[in-house]
Design a protein. Structure first.
Length: 129
C-alpha cells in the first residue's frame, strides 16, 4: 500500500478558519492603534504651531504672526511645515491668526475612523480636547 502525502480538505479548512479568527481579533486592535496615533500626531502638530507662534511673539515684542508665511517664510523658519488648510494623518488643520493671538484647530476628517476628537490650541498654548 502506498502512503499518501499532502493535506486533506478538512485540515486546510481548519487552518483557514484559524487564520480568519486571528484576523478578526487583530484588525480592530490595529485600527484602534492607528486612531490613537492620529490623535497624538494632531496634538503634536498643534503644539508645534503654537510653539512657533509663541516664539515669534517673544521675538517681535509680543506681536503674534498674522499669517502662516510669517512663520514659514523667514530664514530660518519658525516652523518648516505648513499645516494650515491641509489634511494630515486623518486631521484637517484650520488656522486663525491675528497680531494679538491665534487659534489652531485639528478636526478629524471622519470621527471614529481617522480620529476621535477635535483639538483646539489657543494663545498661550492652551490645548483643549
Amino acid at each position: 500500500m502506498r502512503k499518501r502525502q499532502g493535506f486533506t480538505l478538512v485540515e486546510i479548512m481548519i487552518v483557514v478558519a484559524i487564520i480568519a479568527l486571528l484576523a478578526a481579533i487583530a484588525i480592530p486592535n490595529l485600527m484602534r492603534a492607528k486612531i490613537q496615533a492620529n490623535d497624538a500626531a494632531a496634538k503634536s502638530h498643534l503644539k508645534s504651531l503654537s510653539t512657533s507662534s509663541e516664539t515669534f511673539a517673544s521675538i517681535n515684542s509680543g506681536s503674534y504672526p498674522t499669517d502662516i508665511t510669517s512663520l514659514t517664510g523667514v530664514s530660518p523658519p519658525y516652523i518648516s511645515q505648513t499645516f494650515c488648510g491641509t489634511t494630515l494623518s486623518g486631521y484637517l488643520y484650520t488656522c486663525s491668526f491675528s497680531n494679538i493671538g491665534y487659534t489652531f484647530i485639528a478636526a478629524p476628517v471622519t470621527v471614529g475612523t481617522s480620529g476621535t476628537t477635535t483639538f483646539t490650541i489657543t494663545t498661550g498654548s492652551i490645548l483643549t480636547p
